[in-house]
Design a protein around this ligand. Structure first.
Ligand code: MN
Length: 706
């Protein structure tokens, strides 16, 4: 009898009739489970009572509590559904039936089966959401008492909890339960990691304490001085599983995650939420992009709160959540809070309305979609609105943010795959790498040896990993290319002064890099190649150190300009004003931080820079220059049918392609075109020009160099 008396203390929010009804359910359950024991050796009835207690803490109604007490009787005892209907009414009989059905479901943790799991879950709760609430409480108590079970059972239940039950609780806004399920699942499944994070957390608590108290004091003082009544300021400690998940998924260090000080301010009214916000923004500067008003715009699960991140004392980031007491109840209890506020009308019940809409949508979706995979893709969009799920060819599931592309997927699989990807197949069909992925697609990445990331990918990738990998690669590439160029430029500058770079001793190098405040000789070459340092200035310093100034007047005979090979990559740029092509006389201008710009010698843009030795450098084309180079041709043509077609055909017949085409002046008889074509060299260009001149529609034609 002691068992029920203890439980009864939690029921003071119900009427005595309702409590009697619950007591009757207790007696029936106790009778039915008589003689049964749990793994721990405790009488079985302790479990349904514990489940009902969890629900009583959520202030659920009497039908839910009675169903919780009876939730295992159909499954594990001789009692029938008919019996329940007769003695407790249709509502409870159906709830117990629903929970029993859910219990019978064999959830499968394999990726393909997840779809079916969710479908079953959603079907069960679409009848009456309380079924899932009872089930979550049942699971919570089972997780709390997992220890006596054999290891393989423990692991299966914990896995299922992390994969299915915790996310469902989260979706229903039942934050407290979802967090506890996660912590318990984490502790069971990853024992070592759990202990490590816990220990690190314990150690960190000490040094955090003073700062937390300081901030807490500041906020309280601020709220008091602005006469905001009935407030509560609490610090929030991060949960171990969420810390671990951030470390795992975002590759962040423990210190970085913990280096955030989180507070919650609970006030009485909505107006005071905004006033409290004013107080904290007045206290500490807010970080611009980190402000969210979920009070005005509730989350899809109905969550309401104001979030802001501030620059706290000593530069520590301070996360603040501000909400009313009612919003706080919803935030903790989620959909379960619906029953708590059912009778009163303290505040509009945004959350439960939204959830009910969500559920009825699900039921409709379930009716209209045939396959369970299609259905689950839709459900997942709702459960995890900001993610897409795609499959690798082997069936592994990958979770990516919305608008992720094939390149994001490639990097999610492995950095090397991202770096070497050249194409992809989506659902077995070739598709561009920039394709935005949708739920349920299978994605296969095609790689090639020697392929490299394309800077243009940065325009469409959305994951941090892809972005940082591409940047990292480009940076490295730019560095190695700059070093090669810088070396060539320096050796040319030394030759000008009649000194071979071979005479550069290690000692001189060391002095020069020390003076420049750099660490390595390569750093110096890189900065020359990038145009941040003048090669002739470095050369002069080298000569001075070698005490070789006498020779500096004597110019060597073999002064050779730097050769342009066309393979330099991103540190050598071809000026878009004059479009130099191999065979053209060229010069180069060094632009700080951008590398070398190659111009046509006749380009009008370089007139001013021509006599500036700091930036101007002689260059020639290498004999074996490779690549396709843009060049502009100005054409005046007669206005007639098929003229453009004839011109483009002629260009493509000459094995060139058009990269741009602008139509200029135009009248009835003729018009002017500026065509940018790609050529290998001057010979190639001459061939194209000859071909075009033969066309009867072409009146005038010339290359544009300016
Ligand atoms: Mn149970």
């Amino acid at each position: 009898m002691g068992l029920f008396r203890k439980f009864r203390k939690k029921l003071d929010y119900l009427t005595s009739d309702q409590i009697d009804y619950i007591h009757k359910a207790y007696l029936v359950a106790q009778q039915a489970h008589r003689g049964q024991k749990r793994y721990s050796g405790d009488p079985y009835i302790t479990h349904p009572v514990a489940v009902a207690s969890i629900l009583a803490d959520l202030k659920m109604d009497q039908s839910t509590l009675a169903s919780a007490l009876l939730h295992d009787v159909i499954e594990d005892t001789t009692l029938t559904n008919q019996y329940l209907k007769k003695h407790f009414g249709e509502e409870v009989a159906e709830l117990v039936e629903g929970v029993s059905k859910l219990t019978q479901i064999e959830f499968n943790s394999r990726a393909e089966a997840q779809a079916e799991n969710f479908r079953k879950m959603v079907l069960a709760m679409s009848e009456d959401i309380r079924v899932i609430i009872v089930k979550l409480a049942d699971r919570l108590h089972n997780m709390r008492t997992l220890e006596p079970l054999p290891p393989h059972k423990r692991r299966r239940i914990a896995r299922e909890t992390l994969d299915i039950f915790a996310p469902v609780a989260q979706r229903l806004g039942m934050h407290e339960i979802s967090v506890e399920l996660e912590e318990l699942g984490f502790a069971c499944l990853y024992r070592q990691r759990y202990r490590a994070v816990k220990e690190a957390m314990r150690k960190a608590r000490g040094y955090r304490k003073n700062i937390l108290e300081e901030i807490n004091y500041d906020i309280r003082a601020g709220l008091q001085s602005h006469k905001i009544p009935f407030f509560e300021v609490t610090t929030r400690e991060k949960h171990l599983f969420s810390i671990y998940r951030k470390m795992r998924d975002k590759g962040r260090r423990f210190e970085d995650i913990l280096d955030v000080y989180a507070f919650r301010i609970v006030v009485d009214t909505r107006d005071n939420c905004y006033r409290a916000l004013g107080v904290v923004h007045n206290l500490y500067k807010p970080i611009p992009e980190r402000f969210k008003d979920y009070i005005a715009l509730p989350k899809s699960n109905g969550y309401q709160s104001i979030h802001s991140t501030l620059f706290g004392p000593h530069g520590v980031p301070v996360e603040v959540q501000i909400r009313t007491n009612t919003m706080d109840q919803f935030a903790q209890k989620g959909i379960a809070a619906h029953w708590l506020y059912k009778e009163g009308t303290a505040e509009p019940d945004a959350k439960s309305i939204k959830n009910q809409q969500w559920l009825s949508n699900l039921v409709e979706m379930q009716k209209s979609t045939g396959s369970s995979l299609e259905f689950i893709e839709n459900v997942k969009i709702d459960l995890f609105p900001d993610e897409v799920y795609v499959f690798s060819p082997k069936g592994s599931i990958f979770e990516l943010p919305k608008r992720a592309t094939a390149v994001d997927f490639a990097y999610a699989v492995h950095t090397d795959i991202g770096n070497a990807c050249i194409a992809c197949k989506i659902d077995h069909k070739l598709a561009p790498l920039s394709t935005i992925l949708s739920n349920g697609q299978s994605v296969e990445i095609i790689t090639s040896k020697g392929a490299r990331p394309n800077p243009a990918w940065l325009n469409f990738v959305v994951t941090g990993k892809a972005r940082s990998c591409i940047r990292h690669y480009l940076k490295n590439q730019q560095r190695s290319q700059s070093i090669v160029l810088g070396e060539e430029m320096l050796s040319k500058a030394l030759r000008v002064h009649g000194k071979s770079k071979n005479k550069l001793t290690d000692k001189i190098k060391e002095v020069v890099i020390n003076e420049a405040g750099l660490e390595k000789w390569d750093d110096l070459l890189e900065s020359i190649g990038m145009g941040n340092r003048m090669s002739h200035v470095v050369a002069e310093r080298v000569l001075a150190l070698a005490n070789d100034n006498k020779d500096s007047e004597k110019y060597s005979d073999d002064i050779k300009p730097v050769q342009i090979k066309g393979t330099e990559g991103i540190v050598v740029n071809y000026a878009p004003c004059c479009h130099p092509i191999p065979g053209d006389p060229i010069v180069s201008i060094l632009r700080s931080g951008r590398g070398l710009y190659i111009h046509h010698q006749q380009c009008s843009k370089i007139a001013g820079a021509r006599h500036d030795p700091n930036h101007f450098m002689a260059v020639v084309w290498a004999d074996d220059v490779v690549g396709e180079f843009d060049v502009n041709i100005f054409v005046s043509v007669v206005n007639g049918k098929g003229v453009l077609a004839a011109i483009t055909k002629e260009i493509s017949d000459a094995e060139s392609s058009i990269s741009d085409l602008k139509i200029g002046e135009r009248d009835e008889d003729h018009y002017e075109l500026t065509i940018t074509v790609q050529v290998k060299d001057r010979k190639h260009l001459a061939q194209i020009i000859r071909g075009l001149k033969k066309l009867s529609c072409v009146l005038k034609l010339q290359r544009v160099v300016s």
